[in-house]
Design a protein around this ligand. Structure first.
Ligand code: SAM
Length: 236
């Protein structure tokens, strides 16, 4: 069961590990590591330029987990910037360590509630792409209020996309998928587009050719033969 984000928890609990701390057993221990973890409180007014040092197209991944997707996508697209937001400190630390060891310069990770980030901090009309893969389904009815996909989140995320920006979602949970799809289709700023796109995202659910980049959960679920449901939309 993933940790829940209770109302008692501050929405922006940020940890900035020492970027140059050697990690035991790391063959590159001692080599300077790129700073990939961000502390928004030190950033002043939020802007993508402040976060990355320059203006390039930005892709945001919500629920980065162990950052397998973020890492490979950032490596494949060095001319774009990538921010991953992860709530669970265990996965956040894992992602920070991994991204530092791989020396990926165009990526940042933030420990935060992504719903808060999207509603309050993320700049409107700014994202080239938004990726949300295998959001926690919270299957029990009494937990549905913890789900990421709620009307205010969808409305705010749609506003954060630049015109033409792409938002892709995939899940292995059929019932949650129906809800996500209805929310996306209802949002007047968005229009549905084909999921498959060689320039973006994970491979299609029917495609075993390994084109595209799979997330950690996707790899696991495909191996188990589970169905994967996907939708992509574009900001009008
Ligand atoms: C099922 S995992 C999927 C991880 C990854 N996307 C993948 O496909 O392998 C969902 C992730 O979303 C994170 N998460 C859930 N709610 C979140 C929120 N509001 N803000 C940021 N991360 C969140 C969880 O901690 C978890 O790591």
């Amino acid at each position: 069961m993933p940790p829940s984000i209770s109302s008692a928890t501050p929405p922006m609990a940020l940890i900035v590990p020492d970027a140059n701390r050697p990690i035991e057993g790391d063959p590159r221990a001692g080599a300077p590591r790129p700073v990939v973890a961000v502390d928004l409180s030190e950033l002043g007014d939020f802007s993508w330029r402040r976060l990355f040092g320059h203006d390039r197209p930005v892709e945001l991944e919500i629920g980065t987990g162990k950052a397998g997707f973020l890492l490979r996508r950032a490596q494949a697209w060095p001319q774009r910037n990538f921010l991953g937001i992860e709530w669970a400190s265990e996965f956040y630390r894992y992602a920070v360590d991994r991204l530092q060891r791989w020396h990926v310069p165009n990526v940042r990770v933030l420990r935060a509630d992504a719903a808060h980030f999207v509603r309050v901090i993320c700049l409107r009309d700014s994202l080239t792409a938004l990726h949300v893969y295998h959001p926690d389904p919270w299957p029990k009815k009494r937990h549905h209020k913890r789900r990421l996909f709620q009307p205010p989140f969808v409305a705010a995320a749609a506003e954060c996309l630049a015109p033409g920006g792409r938002w892709a979602v995939q899940t292995d949970h059929a019932e949650y998928f129906e809800i996500i799809r209805a929310l996306l289709r209802e949002q007047p700023l968005l229009e549905e587009i084909p999921f498959d796109d060689p320039d973006f995202g994970v491979q299609s659910a029917d495609d075993d050719s390994s084109v595209g980049v799979a997330t950690n959960f996707e790899i696991k679920y495909r191996r188990e033969g589970r169905a994967i449901y996907q939708i992509a939309v574009r900001r009008r």
